[in-house]
Design a binder for this molecule. Structure first.
Ligand SMILES: Nc1ncnc2c1ncn2[C@@H]1O[C@H](COP(=O)(O)OP(=O)(O)O)[C@@H](O)[C@H]1O
Ligand SMILES: [Mg+2]
Length: 259
């Protein structure tokens, strides 16, 4: 598929996804999906519920093995590499459902992620109350949670829990962030501040962002590049202006409504 229109910048491939197929009991959640994610790009994966987006993320992050096909990160085939090793290589992800330690404080949630990154202890739960405190504080400032440092994760608002998840993902010092519906369940104002925050973080840290999102306003307001899944097949991939005009995307995904 044509990638030439994206920008005048030289494209460096960060992720190459080649012919990924994944079925569950004969049902094809992903069917021969291939795409490139270029470095420094904000790339959205869209598609109706059940299109295969979460499965796609699970395969890139090593949580699921594909039946066929390969994922390459900066040229390295990720087949048989365990999920925690994939994180160490520079691929961090968040989940569609909030995934934090609700009984630990905000501080401890991030500290655990930092300890896991550096593998200082066999158990990331080992007591080490001052470990990484400066780095924890810095990450909390990045995601605007500095004032909540002593609260328990489970006591934060939904939007703040998502911010905490983001800080946990950033703790691994990723090159690419995979965010599965980062604004799911958020109010309009939470969504807007989340997007602003994400854009700033991606820019400041020169990250590549691959994200799924159901809100088309968010997608078209944010993405440099959009890939569309439908029934496990990639039906279109390109810059937003091309996706907006794509007749198959309009027909199968948007019910012919203007984007
Ligand atoms: N572990 C699983 N076992 C069986 N079916 C699954 C499993 N995970 C996903 N599916 C099915 O695969 C399809 C794609 O799911 P998913 O990747 O979650 O889609 P999306 O994130 O786009 O909503 C759905 O029909 C879903 O029911
Ligand atoms: Mg999903």
């Amino acid at each position: 598929m044509g990638r030439e229109k994206l920008s005048e910048k030289k494209l460096i491939v960060m992720l190459k996804i080649s012919n990924i197929t994944k079925s569950f009991d004969g049902f094809f959640a992903l069917d021969d999906v291939s795409l490139f994610v270029d470095q420094g790009v904000i790339h959205a994966v869209i598609g109706p519920n059940g299109a295969g987006k979460t499965t796609f993320f699970n395969i890139i992050s090593g949580i699921l093995a594909p039946d066929n096909g390969s994922v390459y990160f900066k040229g390295q085939n990720l087949a048989k590499i365990e999920p925690h090793k994939i994180v160490q290589l520079g691929i961090a992800r968040s989940f569609q459902r909030v995934n934090i330690f609700p009984r630990k404080t905000v501080f401890e949630n991030i500290q655990i992620a930092l300890i896991a990154r550096d593998q200082l202890h066999r158990s990331p739960f080992k007591k080490a109350s001052n470990l990484f405190s400066e780095e924890v504080e810095e990450l909390l400032k990045v995601v605007n949670l500095f004032e909540q440092v002593e609260l328990r994760g489970g006591d934060l608002s939904h939007g703040m829990q998502k911010q905490l998840e983001l800080a946990i993902a950033l703790a691994s010092q990723p090159k690419i962030l995979l965010l599965d519906e980062p604004t799911a369940g958020m109010s309009l104002s939470e969504t807007q501040s989340c997007i602003k925050l994400l854009k700033n973080i991606v820019q400041d840290r020169a990250l590549t962002l691959l994200f799924t999102e159901h809100d088309m306003q968010v997608v078209f307001g944010m993405a440099d590049y959009i890939s569309v899944l439908h029934h496990g097949r990639l039906i279109a991939s390109g810059p937003p202006s091309k996706i907006r005009e794509n007749s198959e995307v309009k027909r199968v995904y948007l019910g012919n409504k203007a984007l």
